[in-house]
Design a protein around this ligand. Structure first.
Ligand code: FES
Length: 150
């Protein structure tokens, strides 16, 4: 996070501990993730340790710590999708992309997350890529789906 951007993000905050979550939310919203540099800047601004900031931020699933890829792949592991083979899809995505939950491919093409119910259980198992919901996915279709995204 460049210094002028940090100044812009911190403007409007008083520098008290209660500002931590709103600051994290603002950074997540503008950058799409919380970088190490952002954590350092917050630490200086709020005078709390980087470890403490990581501790708080990692408690909330809304914050991510890796730069997102161009396409976010979400495999649903809610009950309906789990029963319909969500775990098999999750393993297949990790194998195919070579990354784990919460990570981004080196070429920044995809990031990957396992998520709870996406709200369309009748279509299980469900995989979401960007804003697209793919229903009744199997491993064979999964590979075809991923190829659709550059
Ligand atoms: S459990 Fe997967 S969409 Fe509801």
């Amino acid at each position: 996070m460049a210094i002028d951007k940090a100044v812009e993000i911190f403007s409007g905050f008083q520098g008290v501990q209660g500002d931590l979550i709103p600051i994290l939310q603002r950074i997540q919203e503008t950058d799409g993730y919380i970088s190490e540099e952002a954590i350092k800047n917050i630490s200086r601004f709020l005078r709390i340790s980087e470890n403490e900031i990581y501790g708080v931020a990692s408690f909330y699933s809304q914050f991510r710590f890796n730069e997102p890829g161009r396409h976010s792949v979400k495999v649903c592991l809610g009950t309906a999708c789990h029963v319909a083979g969500g775990n098999i899809l999750s393993d297949a995505v990790q194998r195919e992309l070579g990354i784990d939950h919460g990570e981004t491919t080196k070429d920044k093409r995809f990031d990957y997350e396992r998520v709870a119910c996406l709200g369309c259980c009748a279509l299980a198992p469900v995989v979401k890529v960007g804003d697209d919901i793919h229903s009744r996915v199997n491993v064979h279709r999964l590979n075809e789906i991923l190829e659709e995204y550059d």
